[in-house]
Write a protein of this length. Structure first.
Length: 170
């Protein structure tokens, strides 16, 4: 199944991109915190050290991109929370029915989010909304969220075609 392998690679690379963005956020936060500490010390001698200009702008935009980039991977590998206590003794058909229902429901939710984010992207773009300090156009970051939600929906739907033996993760 070549399409399935290619899809897994795309979802995995997308999640890794989200991880890289989280590392950038952590690094920027560490640098900014060090700047605040240095500023506290510098004030003792009448000096000052500035923090990163626009830190909040950058982190706000990148956190949304990074977090949503990981949802499709989590869905694909079954990393979401599940309560199996009630299904341990249930017949296989009941377990499968609940898995199908939850996969379809998650796909519907992810597609609804994608639609709302696409609409919001167009609205924010037409309003020319920018970040407060750096003046970055906000809409530029939003299509990544739409893409993440579409991948998430596909990952949920892919669960419908999995056989229990084929559930080995990426």
């Amino acid at each position: 199944m070549a399409w399935g392998n290619a899809f897994r690679r795309v979802v995995t690379l997308w999640a890794l991109l989200g991880g890289v963005l989280l590392l950038v956020i952590v690094l920027a936060t560490a640098i900014n915190a060090a700047g605040f500490t240095a500023n506290t010390l510098a004030r003792i001698w009448g000096g000052s050290v500035a923090g990163l200009p626009g830190y909040e702008d950058g982190v706000t935009m990148l956190v949304g991109v990074a977090a949503l980039a990981m949802f499709p991977y989590c869905q694909l590998v079954g990393g979401h929370a599940a309560v199996d206590v009630f299904l341990e003794r249930a017949p296989a058909w009941a377990d499968r029915a609940i898995n199908v229902f939850s996969a379809v429901l998650m796909a519907v939710v992810a597609l609804a989010l994608a639609a709302m984010l696409a609409h919001g992207t167009l609205e924010v773009r037409s309003d020319r909304t920018e970040t407060a300090v750096l003046g970055w156009p906000v809409w530029i970051f939003m299509p990544t969220a739409v893409f993440s939600c579409l991948l998430w929906a596909l990952a949920a739907l892919q669960a419908l075609f999995k056989t229990p033996e084929a559930d080995n993760g990426p």
